[in-house]
Design a protein around this ligand. Sequence first.
Ligand SMILES: [Zn+2]
Length: 347
Amino acid sequence: MALHAELHRHLGGSVVPRVLWRYFQRQNQELANPFPEYQQFEDFYTKPRNTLEEYLELHTLVEKVQTIETLPYFIYRLIRGAYTFENLAYLELRYTPYLRTPDNLSQSERIDLMSEIVMTVGKATQQNEYPIVTSQILCTHTRLPDEVNRAIVDLAIQIPQYVCAIDVAGGDNNYKERIDEFIKLYKYAREQGVKTTGHLYETPNGCHPELLPYLMRIGHGIQIPLKYPELLKEVASRGQCLEVCPTTYFKTGTLDDITQLKTVFDKCFDAGVDIAICTDNAGLHNVRLPFEYENLLTLDVIDFRELQACQDAAFRHAFAWPYGKRPQEMLTGLLKPESIVAEAFNN
Ligand SMILES: [Zn+2]
């Protein structure tokens, strides 16, 4: 039995198309009307976009329906699927809590409601029926004012039982003019003991070396091995792990050739930089974690030994995995295969 850790998955992009389509059919006629047949919806929802911007637009469709009332509905289905079909033992789920509050309220009312959202998500992820160790990463956002982003970091400080880290989202080509603001936020988070990751070096315009030292893991980071391999040495020495989400780069038009992805893995392995393979948006892409693994193997991007190294790295760099090692090591620690075989022979 292989059990996996997923470190980079957006709550919005985690809803698989069939669950979302059914939800629209049952609850939201306005959104259901353009897609009377499921297949039409799947085609629309999962088709590749030309740019990261266009791709991120799609998230707003899901954000609109993920409210405090409906979040438990979506999360129950997410955890059920992740346990049953993906063999996840560990999951870090990320989202911007502010964007789950009603947009007709004032900014301060929306800020006040954020803690309720975090608690609702936290309770919904803890299910005895489908037990996965789960924690939340709260995303600050390039489209939100500094005051809101600071409140998001404060929330991460206040609710450690449900939140393990912060992130910055909203397209990494939009940080440039606000980079100092985000550096301050990240410094503050680190001082307060909050762990950090951030969408950075995903696209050619999203390379901001000033922010890099404040991240414990790098969301994507693929432009480092591709365009700035001279940075790999310091990334390795800081022990920063890249969260590589293979399908994303082909859905957003960031990469168009699979050999580029091979370069990413090869250069990182050579430089001693860890990679955790992640889905980013398993629902939106309709590609779950085991299929990300399988695609990389069949396309000869990595081999089985390298896959295992990445799977180990995911547990090692997990922000809230309490056991330190991969579950199968824990299992074989209890039941040594050789002793089972020896016992069988003795009987
Ligand atoms: Zn992401």
